[in-house]
Design a protein around this ligand. Structure first.
Ligand code: ZN
Length: 183
């Protein structure tokens, strides 16, 4: 096999596709199974993968439920995906860029002195309690809020639009909160 493989080389090579797929699957399952159990206590290395696995990933590597919501606007979809992929402006994410220790990436919209992560803003932060109790009461009155099971909450097939709107409203309120506190 040449040291460097170009497109022209590939045309003359024979691949065992089943073998390749099998190898990729084995590597995927091995890495997936080795992810730590709790996004809040896991090591920094691999923390985003740990967050995705335990709070957002569909079981059995199935498609995420929001992907079938073709009527969702691109803007709303983008906000939802950024949240799901730990690419939002939450302090737990932005603190990575400046090496702030995770336990110091606090929420500035409440006085709970909690890390501002996805679980906090969805279920815990007092700043969004009015949203939970009124406008989005239908999302939080079915037991998911009480259980604080983020993965189950984010997997509600029939509620992806409402979940996306709730997240968008949370960030709108958060922006107002932060501009008011000059943080
Ligand atoms: Zn908070």
């Amino acid at each position: 096999m040449p040291a460097f493989i170009g497109v022209d080389d590939l045309t003359s090579m024979v691949f065992d596709v089943d073998d390749l797929v099998s190898k990729f699957q084995l590597a995927l399952y091995r890495d997936w199974d080795s992810v730590e159990d709790d996004p809040r206590t896991c090591a920094s290395i691999g923390a985003k993968l740990c967050t995705y696995k335990h709070w957002f990933a569909a079981d059995n590597f199935g498609p995420a439920p929001h992907l079938s919501c073709i009527s969702m606007s691109p803007g709303l979809h983008k906000k939802l995906m950024r949240f799901r992929l730990s690419c939002s402006d939450l302090h737990v994410n932005t603190g990575r860029f400046v090496a702030t220790p995770r336990e110091q990436r606090l929420c500035y919209c409440c006085v709970q002195e909690a890390v501002e992560d996805e679980l906090h803003v969805i279920f815990e932060c007092a700043a969004y309690e009015q949203l939970r109790q009124h406008k989005y009461q239908h999302l939080f009155a079915n037991g998911m809020g009480a259980n604080r099971n983020l993965k189950a909450f984010m997997s509600l097939d029939s509620a992806q639009h409402s979940i996306a709107r709730f997240i968008a409203d949370v960030f709108k309120l958060r922006s107002q909160c932060l501009s008011g506190s000059n943080v």
